[in-house]
Design a protein around this ligand. Structure first.
Ligand SMILES: Nc1ncnc2c1ncn2[C@@H]1O[C@H](COP(=O)(O)OP(=O)(O)OP(=O)(O)O)[C@@H](O)[C@H]1O
Length: 777
C-alpha cells in the first residue's frame, strides 16, 4: 500500500471519527430536503423530478457551518420565481471584496466555525499545525495537493512542479498531523515561505520577475495569433435552449443567439423596458455591500469600508497614528529596484492607445516615462501621515507637507510634471465605488481622451497603517506593472493633496451591466469567458492570482475587449525563479464567487480559487443568476450541489486529491475493519437535482466537461488554467482579441458574434444604482 493511500485512509478514518463525534454531540448534520431546508425557489433545478425525492437520506456536513441556522437564505428566496435577475443576483454581484482580516476561527463541537465577531484577530496567520480530524483549534492549511506547477518552474520539480496531476505538496500542518509520512510524489512547502508576511518583511506581491513578463508577453502574442485561427462556432444546443429556458420563456426569447444581434439591437435600454424591470434593488445591494457590515450573512467578514465612500474619499486623511512605526526598508528597496528595472521597459505603453498593453517589452519609449518614487509610501501618510517615512516608499516631505501637488508615482505620459488637475478635467460622472475607492470619469486636457480615475480610499480608523499601505501599494504596483490586452492598463498614478489617484484606460461597460441587459448571445458569452481566461492565464503565468474575480471586476470596451480590474486582493503565489507555492490566506472575494476552500481553510492555493470564480462568472452569464449565494452548506443550493458524491463531509470533499490508480482497488480489498464507513450521501449521477450535475446540466453540453473541472470541489482536482486553455471547446471559441500592428494594436473581432452595448446611463454599476434610485423614489 502506498504511503499516500495510507495517508488518505488515515485521514478518512480521522474524519469519520470526528464526524461521528460531531454528529452525536452537536447534531451538526444537515439532512437534505428536510422541510426546514427546502430548496430555494430561485434555485430549483430545472430538470424533472423533485429535489426531495432522493435527498432525504443524504447528509453532508460542513466544517464551518456552525452558524448556518442563523442565516437562512431568506433574501435569496425573496426574488421572484422566474425573475431574470433576482435580487440576490444583484445583491451578491454588487458585493464588494471582503478581505477578512478580522475574523477568527473557533472550534465548535468538532467542526470549525468561522466567527466574524472578533475584529482584530487575524485569520490565517497562525502557524499552528492543523488536523482534519477537527481536534485542532484551526482549520488546516490547504496545500494538500498542488496539481499543477508554479509558472516557469521546472516540470520535474516536486513542489507544484510535477508534471502529473497527482503531484502534490503538503504543508507542515499536514506533515505534523500525519507523522511526516510523505508519499513519493509529495513534498513539503517550506513553512518559512508560507507563513504570513511579517510587518517588516518584504511583501511578496511586489516581486514579479522580468523573465516571467517576457515569457508571458511572448505567450500572449502567440495566443493572440492562435486566437485568430480558432474555428468553429458554438451555437446553443437544443438541449440547452429548452432546458435552461424551460422556466423562463421570456428570458429565452429575449436572449439573442444569433450573430449580429448584439450591437445593433442593443444600443439603448430604457427604463421601463424588460431590462429595467429585471433589475431589482441594485442600489440597496450596492449600498448594503458598501456600508453595512451585515453584507456577509455568516458574519465571517469584516467590512473594509466604514462610512460613505464619497465622504471617505473627500475627507482629509485621519490624523497620524502614534503607534510603532514598522520599518519597510527592505520592502522599499526591493520595490524601488523592481520599478527601476521595469521603468525603462515596461512603461512603454502609449497612454491611451488601445492595444499598447499587449506586449510589454515591445517598443520601449522610456524617454517620456517618469517614475518618481514619490510619496505613495507615505500613503501611509494618507492614513497616518506622521510616519517618519523610515523605509516608506517615498520621501517624508510629501507626507509632512500634507499637500504635495501632483507628485507622480508612475506615469507613461509626457506631461507628468503638471499637477493632476491641470492635466485632467473631471466630467463629473461616477463609474462606481467600492471597498477600494471610487472611480470617476475624467478627460485629459491635452487630447480630450477619456480615462477612468480611481481615487483610493483613505485609511480607516479600524485599519492598521500597514494593512492600508499594503492594500494600496499592491494595487498600484500591480496595476502599473501588468501589460496585457485583457488587463486594465494603468496610465499613471499620482499622489496629490493626500489623495492617491490611479488613471486607467476607460472601458465603456461593466460586464455586469452587459449581462444584466439580457442581450448577450451565447457566442458573445463564450468570447467574454475566454478573454477572462486569457487575463487569468497571464496573471498566473506571472505568479499572481487575482482572488476577486467577478462580473463587476470585468469591464469591456466598445470593441468587445474584456479587461480585468481591481487588483486590491491580488497576491503572489510564486516568487520569481522559485518553485515554491506561496499559499494565500484569509477570506477574500465576494460570496457567490468564493471557492469553498477559502471559507474552510486558513491557507490555500489562490490559483484554483481564481479558476472557480471564472466558472461562476461563466455560469452567471449563461444562467443570469448565481448557482448559490455562498459556498457553504447553509446555502441549500450549494448543499445540493455537494450532495450525491459518496462522501459525508464537505471538508473531505474539498481535500480530495486526484486518486492514485490503485486506491479504490486497495480500499475494496481491505478487510471490513479498515474499509471506510458507508456514506449517507451515495452517488446518484442520474438525479439532475443533486450533485455536480445539478449545475452542469443547466449548461450547454459542450462546455460541461471543462466547467465541471473548474468547479471541482477539491482544488487539487480542479483544472489549471493551462488545462482549461487546452480544452477543445475552449480552443474552439472564437474570441475578439488584439494583434500588434506596427507600433499599435488593432482589434480583431470574432465573426460569429457582436458585442452587446447598452446605454451609457446604465453601463456602469453607478449608473444602474442611480437609475434604480430614481425609479424607486
Ligand atoms: N477602467 C475602468 N473603466 C470603466 N469602469 C471602471 C474602471 N475601473 C473601475 N470601473 C468601475 O468602477 C467600479 C469600482 O471599481 P473597483 O472594482 O476598482 O473599485 P473597488 O473599490 O476596488 O471595488 P470592490 O469593492 O468591488 O473591490 C467597477 O465595478 C466599475 O464599474
Amino acid at each position: 500500500m502506498s504511503s499516500l493511500t495510507r495517508l488518505l485512509q488515515e485521514k478518512r478514518r480521522n474524519e469519520a471519527e470526528s464526524l461521528n463525534t460531531a454528529t452525536n454531540n452537536n447534531n451538526q448534520q444537515f439532512p437534505l430536503g428536510s422541510p426546514s431546508t427546502a430548496p430555494l425557489e430561485l434555485e430549483r433545478p430545472l430538470g424533472p423530478g423533485g429535489e426531495n425525492s432522493t435527498t432525504s437520506i443524504t447528509t453532508v456536513t460542513q466544517v464551518d457551518s456552525g452558524e448556518d441556522s442563523s442565516t437562512p437564505s431568506s433574501s435569496f428566496q425573496s426574488g421572484s420565481v422566474g425573475a431574470h435577475f433576482p435580487s440576490s443576483f444583484l445583491d451578491a454581484n454588487s458585493a464588494h471584496t471582503a478581505a477578512l482580516h478580522g475574523s477568527s476561527l473557533q472550534r465548535n463541537g468538532g467542526s470549525f466555525l468561522i466567527d466574524g465577531a472578533r475584529p482584530g484577530s487575524r485569520l490565517g496567520v497562525s502557524n499552528t499545525p492543523h488536523r482534519l480530524s477537527g481536534s485542532s483549534k484551526h482549520p488546516p492549511s490547504l496545500s494538500c495537493s498542488i496539481p499543477y506547477s508554479v509558472p516557469n518552474s521546472n516540470k520535474d520539480s516536486s513542489v507544484g512542479g510535477g508534471s502529473s496531476s497527482n503531484s502534490s505538496s503538503l504543508s507542515n500542518s499536514w506533515l505534523e498531523a500525519y507523522g511526516g509520512a510523505l508519499p513519493n510524489n509529495v513534498s513539503a512547502i517550506d513553512s518559512n515561505v508560507i507563513s504570513s508576511p511579517k510587518v517588516d518583511s518584504v511583501e511578496p506581491r511586489f516581486f514579479i520577475s522580468k523573465q516571467k513578463f517576457q515569457k508571458s508577453s511572448t505567450d500572449n502574442a502567440t495566443n493572440a495569433a492562435q486566437a485568430g485561427s480558432f474555428s468553429g462556432s458554438n451555437s446553443l444546443s437544443s438541449q440547452f435552449g429548452s432546458f435552461f429556458f424551460s422556466k423562463g420563456k421570456t428570458q429565452a426569447q429575449e436572449l439573442p443567439t444569433s450573430a449580429g444581434s448584439g450591437v445593433g439591437s442593443a444600443t439603448t435600454s430604457k427604463a421601463g423596458s424588460p431590462v429595467a424591470t429585471a433589475i431589482p434593488k441594485p442600489m440597496k445591494a450596492r449600498q448594503s455591500s458598501i456600508y453595512m457590515s451585515s453584507r456577509q450573512p455568516s458574519g465571517s467578514y469584516q467590512e473594509t469600508v466604514a462610512g460613505s465612500p464619497s465622504s471617505s474619499l473627500m475627507h482629509e486623511p485621519p490624523p497620524s497614528q502614534n503607534g510603532p512605526k514598522p520599518s519597510r526598508h527592505s520592502s522599499v528597496a526591493n520595490l524601488k529596484s523592481f520599478f527601476k528595472k521595469g521603468s525603462s521597459t515596461n512603461l512603454s505603453a502609449q497612454a491611451g492607445s488601445p492595444g499598447a498593453m499587449a506586449v510589454p517589452f515591445s517598443s520601449g519609449t522610456p524617454a517620456h516615462a517618469t517614475f518618481t518614487m514619490g510619496s505613495l509610501g507615505s500613503s501611509g501618510s494618507a492614513g497616518g501621515g506622521g510616519s517618519s517615512g523610515n523605509g516608506n516608499v517615498g520621501n517624508s516631505s510629501a507626507s509632512s507637507a500634507g499637500g504635495v501637488v501632483g507628485e507622480t508615482i508612475y506615469c507613461s505620459t509626457p506631461d507628468a510634471n503638471l499637477p493632476f488637475h491641470k492635466r485632467y478635467v473631471k466630467t463629473g460622472d461616477d463609474l462606481g465605488a467600492g471597498a477600494g475607492g471610487s472611480v470617476k470619469l475624467v478627460r485629459r486636457a491635452a487630447d480630450r481622451k477619456v480615462f477612468a480615475v480611481k481615487e483610493f480610499r483613505t485609511k480607516l480608523d479600524s485599519e492598521s497603517k500597514r494593512d492600508y499601505v499594503k492594500k494600496i501599494t499592491s494595487e498600484y504596483c500591480i496595476g502599473s506593472t501588468l501589460r496585457h490586452s485583457n488587463i486594465i492598463e494603468t496610465i499613471e498614478i499620482v499622489y496629490e493633496n493626500n489623495r492617491i489617484l490611479q488613471v486607467m484606460e476607460y472601458c465603456e461597460y461593466d460586464l455586469f451591466a452587459i449581462v444584466m441587459s439580457n442581450k448577450m448571445s451565447y457566442e458573445e458569452i463564450c468570447c467574454c469567458f475566454k478573454q477572462i481566461l486569457c487575463g487569468v492565464q497571464y496573471l498566473h503565468s506571472l505568479g499572481l492570482a487575482h482572488r476577486d474575480l467577478k462580473l463587476d471586476n470585468c469591464v469591456i470596451n466598445t470593441k468587445g475587449i474584456v479587461k480585468l480590474i481591481d487588483f486590491g486582493a491580488a497576491v503572489v503565489f510564486s516568487y520569481p525563479l522559485s518553485k515554491t507555492l506561496v499559499e494565500a490566506s484569509g477570506i477574500v472575494g465576494s460570496d457567490p464567487y468564493l471557492a469553498p476552500e477559502v471559507c474552510i481553510f486558513s491557507k490555500y492555493d489562490p490559483r484554483p480559487v481564481d479558476i472557480w470564480s471564472v466558472a461562476i462568472i461563466f455560469a452567471c452569464m449563461i444562467l443570469k443568476k448565481f448557482p448559490w449565494k455562498i459556498p457553504k452548506l447553509r446555502d441549500n443550493s450549494f448543499k445540493l450541489f455537494c450532495s450525491g458524491r459518496d462522501c459525508d463531509s464537505l471538508s473531505a470533499l474539498v481535500t480530495r486529491t486526484p486518486d492514485p490508480p490503485s486506491y479504490d482497488k486497495l480500499v475494496n480489498n481491505q478487510d471490513p475493519g479498515t474499509s471506510p464507513k458507508k456514506t449517507n450521501n451515495p452517488v446518484d449521477p442520474n438525479n439532475p437535482n443533486i450533485g455536480p450535475q445539478r449545475l452542469y446540466h443547466s449548461l450547454p453540453e459542450e462546455c460541461q466537461h471543462i466547467v465541471s473541472r473548474m468547479i471541482d470541489l477539491a482544488p487539487a482536482c480542479r483544472a489549471s488554467i493551462e488545462e482549461i486553455m487546452d480544452d477543445p471547446w475552449v480552443k474552439s471559441i472564437q474570441m475578439c482579441h488584439m494583434v500588434e500592428q506596427g507600433l499599435n494594436f488593432k482589434v480583431v473581432n470574432a465573426e460569429d458574434h457582436k458585442h452587446t452595448q447598452v446605454d451609457q446611463s446604465e453601463a456602469h454599476i453607478a449608473g444602474l444604482e442611480k437609475r434604480k434610485k430614481k425609479g424607486g423614489s
